[in-house]
Write a protein that binds this ligand. Sequence first.
Ligand code: GRF
Length: 198
Amino acid sequence: MVVLKILVLISGGGSNLEALCEACEQENYPARIVAVGADVHAPGLTHATERNIPTFVVSPSRFSSRDAWGDALLEHIRMYQPDLVVSAGFMRIIPPHVVEQLSPHLINTHPSLLPAFPGAHAVRDALAAKVAQSGVTVHVIDAGVDTGPVLRQQAVLVRPGDTEATLHERIKAVERPLLTSTVQAIALGTLTLPTQHS
Ligand code: GRF
């Protein structure tokens, strides 16, 4: 079996990372996590450390420019030679020159049905727009913000009385299996990453 080497980037609690870790522990799952990176000392890093998966933190505040931060991030990523980089709750825009180096082997999970509600407040924005449904999108990262080619999407209905927290929790419950199945499909070659930026 061909095993895809993945590197996961996070900023927060890392429930998507945890789902990927659990999937990768299954013998017949065709991927393994080679490292987990973060922009802050994210609590979710413990999902990696408790499994002896290497971690690194590259904090933008330690660099004089976004490009310099991007260079350091890329250097760390390259050390592990991943086949695929998965941004799973990584709350930073990756600089275009880094995206160019990794594309199309760089994917992101986003809590809305893109192109609706890009950006850092997707769940809040969906509620404010009073849509009947939102959802989750796994897409290839391109030079824009949440604009890259869509790989997989799944809808989640908005319920009366939903708050940002309740809707986001239901989205994340759908997001975790969608992300792990998307990575699986990429590893198996049943889903091909587009080679051209859209
Ligand atoms: C996910 O919903 C992701 O799409 C969004 O932030 C959330 C991260 O959740 N950008 P977690 O850290 O994986 O629990």
